[in-house]
Design a protein around this ligand. Structure first.
Ligand SMILES: Cc1ncc(COP(=O)(O)O)c(C=O)c1O
Length: 460
């Protein structure tokens, strides 16, 4: 065995760093520190519970050689279990809800696991739900072990015996508040118990999402009505056994949009590439921090890596289609035009113009694109340097050909009373937005204009 090497990848789990946030929340009366659990080899804190629960299952005789590990998992626990199974030579079947990202599903299949995908929006008792399907599989497959991270108390024991002592040792208990996004309840309950035993005054705050019933249950003791949401890994529509509500002092509740925007901000402003539940918990921490009258050090566990959300939270089209883009786009286009000093006197050409005339006009006026309109002002298309000049140089069109030959449709028409958000959406797919007023062309907005507006407004 080479000196300094780990015996296998499972041995490399843990010892993740804690880092300070230096920009987000800097105006508040709190310091925020985050534990980067995405630095575990499988990319999440669930590597720990995967290894710990399976080690205990072997010890307790629930998992026998050659057995099949079955779990209903949103992906991260699956990776932790699959990693342990690869190292120790077991088979895995994972049951996932269909809202989970494609990366997570592909990732599990790449480990050689079988993946069964079930509908998201059905009750847990429904035979199609991923809870029911996982249970059914474990009842019918011989020599199988249903891990059940929801009710298997070795989930929270993992954090009580491993994650929390590690954080306590790293910080010497130099924090006032511990926060984590909640799902199965394992992280908050396991860490919460350890910290409460060690520290007299520590506060344990969970972060739940709008649509989940967990925070409401903590407050009222009643099972509320769950609603669908998009955030992965956070919240539940039932109460898993791993919760120990007596240890949790309070909850902050956040929604999909604020969580996703904060996840992106975390990368932009702190360089931390984490998943959506990280945005959720930090958004929750800011809400918490705003209410504090004394300065507090907040320690937050960030569950997983941004890699698994590349096609979602970190994809502009997905964010825009879901209506999650920043509300600083929530301003009327006419106001944007004013700020940019655009006066609505845009130059247009009529459809009777020749290509040569349009080129001359663009050269004279030093403009790179010009809308083409009919005699009564209807928009027929857009001529750009690319659509006009290059084909002439290449000999495709002659200068006295009609302009209609060189019209591009790489634009979207947006009324000036609409919001900048509409222009931002349009610019994800088209090169330029043609702005109209009372149905007539008034201006053009391109990406550079939007960026200029944002920087003038001091927004990001
Ligand atoms: C990305 C992510 N964040 C947060 C959580 C919540 O952690 P816990 O299940 O320990 O409450 C999970 C677990 O399901 C998760 O996968």
């Amino acid at each position: 065995m080479m000196k300094g090497a780990k015996a296998n990848v499972v041995e490399a789990i843990g010892n993740t760093p804690i880092v300070k946030l230096n920009h987000i929340g800097k105006d508040l009366n709190c310091e925020i520190y985050v534990k980067l659990e995405y630095m575990n080899p499988g990319g999440s804190t669930k590597d720990r519970i995967g290894a710990y629960m399976l080690d205990r299952a072997v010890e307790e005789g629930d998992l026998k050689p050659g057995g099949t590990i079955i779990e209903g998992t949103s992906g991260n626990t699956g990776v932790g279990l699959a990693m342990w199974a690869a190292v120790h030579g077991y088979k895995c079947i994972f049951v996932l809800a269909d809202k989970q990202s494609k990366e997570k599903i592909d990732n599990l299949r790449a480990f050689g696991a079988k993946v069964v995908v079930c509908p998201t929006n059905v009750e847990p008792e429904d035979p199609r739900s991923y809870y029911s399907v996982s249970k059914k599989l474990s009842e019918t497959i011989p020599n199988s072990f249903y891990v059940n991270q929801y009710d298997n108390l070795h989930n929270r024991n993992t954090h009580y015996t491993w994650t929390a002592p590690e954080m306590y040792e790293q910080t010497q208990g130099d924090f006032d508040v511990f926060m984590a996004a909640v799902g199965t309840g394992g992280t908050i309950s396991g860490c919460g118990r350890y910290f409460k035993e060690k520290m007299d005054k520590v506060e344990i705050i969970g972060v739940d999402c709008v649509g989940s019933i967990i925070a409401g249950y903590h407050k009222t003791g009643e099972m509320g009505q769950a609603h669908s949401y998009v955030l992965e890994g956070v919240g539940e529509d039932f109460i898993p056994e791993n919760y120990d509500f007596d240890l949790i002092d309070d909850f902050e509740v956040v929604n999909d949009k604020e969580s996703f925007l904060m996840t992106r901000k975390l990368l932009k402003e702190e360089g931390i590439y984490a998943g959506g539940s990280a945005g959720a918990v930090i958004e929750g921490a800011l809400k918490y921090a705003k209410k504090q009258t004394t300065k507090k050090k907040i320690l937050i566990l960030l569950h997983d890596s941004g890699n698994r959300y590349a096609s979602k939270i970190y994809n502009d089209d997905w964010m825009s289609d879901g209506g999650y883009l920043d509300s600083s786009f929530n301003v009327q286009i006419s106001e944007v035009l004013n700020t940019l000093g655009k006066d609505g006197n845009i130059i247009t050409v009529e459809d009777t113009t020749t290509i040569g005339q349009a080129i001359t006009l663009m050269e004279e006026k030093n403009i790179s694109q010009v809308p083409v309109v009919s005699k009564n002002g209807d928009i027929l298309g857009l001529c750009t340097e690319k659509s006009l000049i290059k084909p002439v140089i290449m000999g495709e069109f002659q200068k006295d050909d009609n302009i209609s030959l060189a019209i591009s449709n790489n634009y979207r028409v947006v009324d000036c009373n609409e919001l900048l958000e509409t222009v931002a959406d349009a610019l994800l797919k088209k090169e330029v937005a043609i702005i109209t007023k009372d149905g007539k062309v008034s201006d053009l907005l391109s990406e550079i204009d939007v960026l200029q507006y944002m920087s003038e407004k001091g927004s990001n």
